[in-house]
Design a binder for this molecule. Structure first.
Ligand code: FAD
Length: 270
């Protein structure tokens, strides 16, 4: 459980982080809260030569309203998002989900940006940004680009970010007045979801129902066509490909998806 040796580089501004990443390319990894990257390094599943620590960059820690959009700095920690007044009023799903991630220590170190770039299908925030119709903003050597959440999760632990790009912020339409719901089924308290469901209005995100976080499109289409919550939730597992694991077979996961979708939709729409 000891990582391979690496060189630690501490960035004091976003520009400095971008310069360091551009200089070291594929040999470098960004370090944010470290709660996904360091375990991978200890298991020797990742062995970057350089770690570019962006943890101290307070300029990437904010939540604000910009017109009718909520804007979240990528380095915002879960513990701050849980109680942020702008989020609680205009994007309550994200505030609530942030409070359900791991334990207190994880929430004090882990960042929303780290969770999204890690792109684990079992993580909660990716499905929450999918249901929130968010856009992810990346900055790199050739400037800034915006990537819809629906195009961000390409495969297990894979995103369209280039090695020299930083995820800087997450933007989503203010959701004041829209119902939301969240259900997560875990084997133990304080754990990743066996299956999770996120809902904003009529949009539904699924946790751990395939290699990437997914939208439950059949459920969304049924709702839009006037189906009842029961009818729509019965379609939650359509088009999904959940993994078979010792603690949860694919069939059991599909069952959970239907049950949890019904509960999350009931929370959101009633
Ligand atoms: C005990 C434990 C329990 C957990 N439970 C849960 C849970 O219940 N639900 C859940 O969703 N997650 C859970 N997690 C994961 C946790 O939420 C992590 O904090 C999160 O996935 C990664 O965030 P981080 O800031 O620590 O990122 P890091 O570990 O620092 O980075 C993760 C990856 O993202 C890259 N990266 C980070 N920030 C940026 C950026 N701004 N731009 C470009 N690349 C970036 C890194 O290079 C790395 O590849 C748990 C973790 C632990 C250790």
């Amino acid at each position: 459980m000891i990582p391979a040796s690496f060189q630690y580089l501490r960035a004091s501004t976003v520009d400095e982080a971008l310069t360091l990443l551009a200089a070291h390319g594929d040999d470098a990894k960004v370090l944010a809260g470290g709660h996904s990257l360091l375990p991978l390094m200890k298991l020797r599943l990742a062995a970057p030569e350089y770690l570019v620590d962006i943890g101290p960059l307070d300029e990437l820690r904010y939540v604000r309203l910009d017109g009718d959009e909520v804007v979240i700095g990528a380095l915002s920690r879960y513990s701050a998002l849980v109680r942020d007044p702008v989020l609680l009023e205009h994007a309550p799903l994200l505030a609530h989900v942030s409070g359900e991630v791991g334990d207190r220590q994880v929430r004090h170190r882990g960042t929303i940006g780290g969770s999204l770039v890690h792109a684990d299908a079992a993580a909660d925030l990716p499905a929450a940004v999918l249901a929130s119709d968010a856009v992810l903003v990346a900055r790199g050597p050739s400037g800034e680009r915006r990537i819809p959440a629906a195009e961000f999760f390409l495969g297990p632990f894979t995103t369209p970010l280039e090695p020299a790009e930083l995820l800087t912020e997450i933007r989503l339409p203010a959701q004041t007045g829209q119902g939301w719901g969240f259900r997560k089924f875990t084997r133990r308290a304080i754990d990743w979801a066996m299956v999770g469901v996120t809902v904003v209005g009529g949009r539904v995100g699924l946790v751990n129902m395939g290699g990437v976080p997914l939208r439950a499109t059949a459920t969304e289409e049924a709702l839009a066509a006037g189906a009842s919550v029961e009818e729509a939730a019965a379609l939650a597992a359509e088009g999904t490909n959940p993994p078979d694991e010792p603690h949860a077979t694919a069939e059991y996961r599909r069952h959970l998806a239907r049950v949890l979708t019904r509960r999350a939709l009931t929370q959101a729409l009633h």
